[in-house]
Write a protein that binds this ligand. Structure first.
Ligand SMILES: [Zn+2]
Length: 303
């Protein structure tokens, strides 16, 4: 069933390519950015989607728990010495299954041949399992350990910057190395989660203002600016410039105090935050039907 879904998905993709709703990247084998991201195989992480990247932008490597291995090393060395990668990001995530693996359950589910093989490596089978599957105890410490592991290999760290980041599948936020440096363990990170989220949201408000035109459309922004200009003219007419300025400052601090008073992380309040952004009207695009040229009626012969 799933194979059918994949094949059908590919047919839809091909249709979108024909209809120019998708693009295909066939230029060059070198990624657009000299970056490699090593992340977990967790199906909730879609690297291109969460960073809004396109195919052909970066290298992505994945395994359970975003960990160092001989094979990961092989790929990384190729990416550096063959493709000129300059930056490696170890992208871990919260709620990683590699922390929650129940070794006793796993033990019962594994084929006996494998257990026998693992049993040879240590008298303690539990220890062998833990080692073989590289079970982690803390997502953040794991990221730091992996960063250190890659940094310890001179052939990598000589010319390449290695950093860690963590993705939160519940909120969609990615926390950068700066955040991870402040909170060295999962427990520590979660204890400060509210504060971190608050910081993210304040930063997001400023960011949304910078992409205002993207959100409401360039025309509306021009219109808003014109209206503001008109409004300002009226203010200048009726009040002195000082008064207008004071008014603006008062409005700004009112907005700031409102933001400060928010009891975050209350997503509903966050969404209703007083942004200087208009919600765009729903735009229903015209449906363009693609008719392959082979089945278009031939005008010359058809008449
Ligand atoms: Zn994971």
């Amino acid at each position: 069933m799933i194979i059918n879904k994949l094949v059908e998905g590919n047919k839809r993709y091909k249709w979108k390519l024909l209809d120019k709703k998708e693009t295909i990247d066939i230029e060059g084998r070198v990624p657009r950015y000299p970056v490699l991201i090593l992340t977990c195989m967790d199906s909730r992480i879609d690297v291109h989607r969460i960073f809004q990247l396109n195919s052909g932008d970066v290298f992505v490597l994945r395994n359970a728990g975003n960990q160092f291995s001989e094979d990961i090393l092989r790929s990384i060395l190729i990416s550096i010495y063959e493709y000129g990668v300059k930056q490696i990001i170890i992208l871990g995530h919260l709620d990683c299954e590699m922390k929650k693996v129940n070794l006793d359950e796993l033990r019962h589910n594994l084929p006996i041949e494998l257990l026998r093989e693992l049993g040879k490596k240590s008298v303690d089978l539990r220890f062998s399992l833990q080692r073989f599957f590289r079970i982690i105890s803390d997502e953040i410490i794991n990221i730091k350990n992996q960063v250190d592991r890659f940094k310890s290999i001179k052939a990598i760290s000589k010319n390449v910057k290695i950093i860690g980041m963590i993705y939160d599948p519940a909120s969609g936020w990615v926390y950068t190395e700066e955040d991870l440096n402040h909170f060295p363990s999962y427990e520590n990170f979660m204890a400060n989660y509210r504060e971190l989220l608050h910081k993210k949201q304040l930063d997001h408000v400023s960011f949304l203002e910078t992409i205002e035109s993207e959100i409401v459309g360039a025309e509306s922004v021009e219109l808003t600016k014109l209206n503001e200009l008109e409004a300002n003219k009226k203010i200048v007419k009726s009040e002195s410039i000082d008064e207008a300025l004071n008014k603006e400052i008062a409005e700004k601090s009112l907005l700031e105090s409102k933001i400060e008073r928010l009891d975050l992380p209350d997503l509903e309040k966050y969404m209703n935050m007083p942004l200087k952004i208009q919600i765009p009207k729903i735009h229903i695009p015209k449906i363009k039907v693609y008719v392959p040229s082979v089945i278009k009626p031939n005008k010359k012969n058809g008449k």
